[in-house]
Design a protein around this ligand. Structure first.
Ligand SMILES: *Cc1c(COP(=O)(O)O)cnc(C)c1O
Length: 379
């Protein structure tokens, strides 16, 4: 693939080289745990044991890295990737800044697991860049960004946030004489959860962020048939640290999951184009629908949320939208975050209203999706 290939071309070809043995255009699934060594301690490539490396996983990692413009590592879930990145960067006593509207599992990982290992956190509305700057302390190792946010789909200015974080860190370094909490940068690293936007719409590393995380379970895989995650970074030392945790903790995806993800990934640009059309059509209908308020759609993608007093009844009565957690697949899903995906933030600063409905618009015909919602809302 030429270095200057555009995103659609990269999506189709990234990470795929014909199999050197038979020339198969899709490389084999290397369903193996170990590799025969020509002599003790000599490996073919990187490959000695499949927790450490596997060719099917390497192909997927190269593909995701080529789409985001960085160095990628694949994990058995999005949360496993988040855990690896946070533990690679932060140490006991470090502080992280979280958004006030975020994936519930990210909050749970920090609040109920990592705080027991000495991590502390602050929750901030990241649309307010002054509030982000005010939350940075000398021991802040990471600023965690989700944009669009989940479930209210607010958009955060990544480039502006990076600038504000760098500025706040420089001021603190002057006042306190340094003492960086992160091993990798003079100030906190900026991490963007790019699960909702995908590299088709947003490439945070190009906007100055240090790392990107994905739940590849969602749009990158796109077919609701595999759970996976990825971490992509720019810095080689940080990449080595993430890979060290990947191997030391071992939350790696199996070869078949990597194959499925890579197969799904190759149509990402086509799926995202239809998700965009369907998100536009559904949000336009909802803005005029009786009883509906606060329609959120960031202007791209398939994620839409709205409030309605009959949220639970509506979510239980659609025929095409299936009542299910998750998102980003070819089929449309509907859910009530307060009762489903966001239980882990109940009672926290990131809690969501009970009458909020979240839609993941799939790639079906937009007219059928609108008609389905019309029928469900009418009751
Ligand atoms: C699903 C999701 C995650 C967690 O990923 P898993 O693959 O479920 O572990 C993280 N962030 C966002 C935005 C998600 O939607």
């Amino acid at each position: 693939m030429p270095d200057d290939a555009r995103i659609a071309t990269r999506t189709v070809h990234a990470g795929l080289d014909p199999d050197p043995t038979y020339g198969s255009i899709v490389p084999a699934i290397h369903q193996t745990s170990t590799y025969v060594q020509p002599a003790p301690g000599q490996f073919v490539g990187d490959f000695d044991y499949s927790r450490s490396a596997n060719p099917t996983r390497t192909a997927l990692e190269n593909a995701i890295g080529q789409l985001e413009g960085g160095l990628a590592s694949a994990f058995s879930s999005g949360l496993a990737g988040e855990h690896a990145l946070i533990t690679a960067v932060a140490r006991a006593g470090a502080h992280v800044v979280l958004p006030n509207d975020l994936y519930g599992g990210t909050y749970r990982l920090v609040d109920s697991v990592l705080t027991r290992w000495g991590l502390s956190y602050a929750i901030v509305d990241q649309r307010d860049l002054d509030a982000v700057a005010a939350a940075i302390r000398p021991e802040t190792a990471l600023v965690w960004v989700e944009t669009p946010t989940n479930p209210t789909l607010n958009v955060v200015d990544i480039a502006g946030l990076v600038e504000v974080v760098r500025g706040a860190a420089a001021t603190l370094a002057r006042e306190d004489g340094g003492g960086a909490a992160s091993r990798f940068a003079p100030g906190p690293l900026v991490v963007v959860d790019n699960t909702f936007a995908t590299p088709i719409h947003q490439r945070p590393l190009e906007l100055g962020a240090d790392a990107v995380v994905h739940s590849t379970t969602k749009y990158l895989g796109g077919h609701s048939d595999v759970v996976g995650g990825a971490v992509v970074v720019r810095d080689e030392e940080l990449h080595r640290a993430v890979r060290h945790v990947q191997n030391a903790v071992g939350a790696v995806p199996g070869p078949f999951d990597c194959f499925l993800l890579h197969r799904g990934l190759r149509t990402l640009h086509l799926r995202v184009a239809q998700h965009d059309r369907n998100g536009a059509a559904v949000s336009e209908y909802l803005r005029g629908a009786a009883g509906v308020s606060e329609v959120h759609w960031p202007g791209f993608g398939g994620m839409v949320s709205f409030r309605h007093p009959d949220a639970v009844r509506i979510a239980s009565s659609t025929a095409i939208f299936s009542l299910a957690e998750s998102l980003g697949g070819v089929e449309s899903l509907i859910e009530v975050p307060q009762a489903m995906t966001h239980q882990s933030v109940e009672g926290s600063d990131a809690a969501v209203p009970a009458d909020l409905v979240r839609l993941s618009c799939g790639v079906e015909d937009p007219a059928d999706l609108v008609a389905d919602l019309e029928r469900a809302i009418a009751g």
